[in-house]
Design a protein around this ligand. Structure first.
Ligand code: NDP
Ligand code: MG
Ligand code: MG
Length: 337
């Protein structure tokens, strides 16, 4: 098993007196900025003129500057804007202002691994990627724990990059739960594979297809929603707490028998073969190229059309109505941080 690092493995002094620029104040940005500040680090948030996030960051008591100004002051620049925007912002505002001997950091390896960003000599490059969405990184920190993370050192020019990365991980709360060392390559490829084949692509398509089969067979959409979508949380929570074993203990033997007999007919050898193909396309850069082209040449036409089509799907319409009937979900409709 990969070595896990905790609070006691951290040399916190490498961050003392240092300034961290957090570029972007979205999901990860707000969590990193606030957690680091409360850990005693000097934080400045870098945003563009007219950014919607500026007022939020200031209301949270943070210093805000332009991206260029924030980078100029920084000993560590953590890039937390959307991956597809990072290369342009790097070229215009981050790269030209990086101090020699400072560090450039990421929460995902995409732009470094696929060479969209090539940092200059004399600058350390590391990653700290919490294994959870930003609001959880923030909430767990305020509760005294933290979201586990992976970290990686891509370029150690100062001889201190490993220690700095670990200290950063402590600053955001992750060494409270443990952090694992990885590489930019592994993190990038695994992350893309996970979200495409399992967490989003796989799970969303599975729930939607199950829903469609029931509705097309004449069952009420509301029932189909409960069976194929709503109950997913129950199952996932149990798996999360105690593995599939705990989940299966909690379900009926009938359900468990069906799980073993039918599961392999749904996710088949064919599916596994396709997953391997997807992994290859991630490794050989096909996916990265398509996504970068989608952002550059096509004005995201395909992406935006897909977003609209999925939003309009019956499962989303029925779901919205049903969730309105559940008072405990009513104030959770929109992402907030
Ligand atoms: P978000 O989409 O939440 O980031 C949006 C923020 O970036 C907003 O504050 C936005 O400002 C700002 N922004 C957008 N464009 C610019 C610009 N040109 N200059 C300055 N600021 C800009 O990003 P995420 O937090 O989702 O992702 C950040 C990184 O973290 C990515 O590398 C991602 O892969 C990684 N990551 C994300 C996870 C997650 O749970 N979301 C989990 C682990 C890693 P405004 O609102 O004003 O437009
Ligand atoms: Mg991802
Ligand atoms: Mg049932």
């Amino acid at each position: 098993m990969a070595k896990t690092y905790y609070d006691q493995d951290v040399n916190w002094s490498v961050l003392e007196g240092k300034t961290v620029a957090i570029i972007g104040y979205g999901s990860q940005g707000h969590a990193h900025a606030l957690n680091l500040k409360e850990s005693g680090v000097n934080v400045v948030v870098g945003l563009y003129a007219g950014s919607k996030s500026k007022a939020k960051a200031e209301a949270h008591g943070l210093k805000v500057a332009t991206v260029a100004e924030a980078v100029k002051q920084a000993d560590i620049t953590m890039v937390l804007i959307p991956d597809e925007k990072q290369a342009d912002v790097y070229k215009e505002e981050i790269g030209p202002n990086l101090k020699k001997g400072s560090a450039l950091a990421f929460a995902h390896g995409f732009n470094i691994h696929f060479k969209q960003i090539v940092p200059p000599e004399g600058v350390d490059v590391f990653m700290v990627a919490p294994k959870g969405p930003g609001h959880l990184v923030r909430r767990t920190f305020t509760e005294g724990s933290g979201v586990p993370a992976v970290f990686a050192v891509e370029k150690d020019e100062t001889g201190k990059c490993f220690e700095i990365a670990l200290a950063y991980a402590r600053g955001v709360g992750s060494t409270r739960s443990g952090v694992l060392q990885t590489t930019f390559r592994d993190e990038t490829e695994e992350d893309l594979f996970g979200e495409q084949c399992v967490l989003m692509g796989g799970v969303c398509q599975l729930m939607q297809t199950g829903f469609e089969v029931l509705v097309e067979a004449g069952y009420p959409p509301e029932m189909a929603y409960f069976e194929c979508f709503h109950e997913m949380k129950l199952i996932v929570d149990l798996c999360y707490e105690g593995g599939m074993t705990k989940m299966r203990q909690s379900c009926s033997d009938t359900a468990e028998y069906g799980d073993y007999m039918i599961g392999p007919r749904i996710i088949t050898e064919e599916t596994k073969k396709e997953m391997k193909k997807v992994l290859k396309e991630i490794q050989d850069g096909t996916f990265a190229r398509n996504w970068l082209l989608e952002n550059r040449a096509a004005g995201r036409a395909n992406f935006l059309a897909q977003r609209r089509l999925h939003k309009e799907h019956q499962i989303e319409q029925v779901g919205a109505q049903l969730r309105n009937m559940m008072p405990w979900l009513r104030d959770k409709k929109e992402l907030e941080f």
